[in-house]
Write a protein that binds this ligand. Structure first.
Ligand code: IPE
Ligand code: IPE
Ligand code: MG
Length: 240
């Protein structure tokens, strides 16, 4: 790992739609699951690059609420790889000061995968160097509806009026990603230029960066290129 170059401005929170694992594998005559395995290696690299740059948080789209439409064998392979990824790296992740977070619905996630995630979240909860937020069984529309329902349930429990206007600060506390800051830079690999139900609320003012690089090929230099693009952006947030 080489020393990172310096940047005029760095995002606090990067979100990544890690796309292209399947195409990476198919192009090599390999199984799609081999692409996912190589994708996990790219996550390793990204975590180390983010640490050396001093970023605050990285959100990774690992499995969407729509990915259940895939063949069961591929789904199984993805969850098995996730368990292997977390279990084999947990000690080193912890030693590096990384905090693991999960965003997404717990329903439908296999029990064994939940156990690995919960263990990682509990073990690393006090770490402050970098937050790595695994978006797993994550869909932004599900997140927003779940947040709204939880908010109303909480109000009911506390005897607060249900028809009182909801303010964004109150609403945000119920998002899976709470208390992460809004996304500053959204990266999508593999050439597709769409959001695919990812962090719709949180990317309201994110800068967006698309690259043709397939996720397993996305290394440290590819991240630096995205950051070079980000540092040139003029962020106005609706002002002048
Ligand atoms: C992204 O890679 C990883 C997941 C959705 C789990 P894909 O599996 O979507 O790869 P492509 O888009 O088919 O190449
Ligand atoms: C988005 O990739 C989801 C993840 C990276 C986990 P997909 O490959 O599932 O998205 P679409 O179907 O091309 O929009
Ligand atoms: Mg894809």
């Amino acid at each position: 790992m080489s020393r990172p170059p310096s940047f005029k401005a760095l995002p606090k929170h990067i979100a990544v739609i890690m796309d292209g694992n399947g195409r990476w594998a198919t192009a090599r005559g390999l199984k799609r699951s081999d692409g996912h395995r190589e994708g996990a290696v790219a996550i390793d690299k990204l975590m180390d690059s983010a640490l050396s740059l001093g970023l605050q948080s990285v959100s990774l789209y690992a499995f969407s609420t729509e990915n259940w439409k895939r063949p069961i064998l591929e789904i199984r392979a993805i969850f098995d790889l996730l368990i292997e990824f977390i279990d084999s790296r947990l000690d080193s992740i912890h030693e590096k000061g990384i905090q693991i977070k999960h965003s997404g619905s717990r329903s439908k996630i296999p029990k064994s995968a939940l156990a690995s995630i919960d263990k990682a979240v509990a073990k690393t909860s006090k770490n402050r160097k970098l937050i790595v937020n695994f978006c797993l069984n994550y869909g932004s529309q599900d997140e927003i509806l779940t947040a709204m329902n939880r908010l109303l349930e909480d109000r009911k429990m506390r005897g607060k009026p249900l028809d009182e206007k909801i303010k964004s600060k109150e609403f945000e506390k119920y998002l899976y990603t709470y208390p992460l800051s809004p996304v500053d830079l959204l990266i999508r690999t593999a050439g597709e230029e769409r959001i695919s139900n990812f962090l719709l609320w949180q990317i309201a003012y994110a800068e967006v960066y698309f690259t043709d690089t397939l996720w397993p090929d996305f290394g440290e230099v590819a991240l630096w290129e995205a950051l070079r693009s980000y540092e040139k952006r003029i962020r106005k947030f609706g002002g002048l």
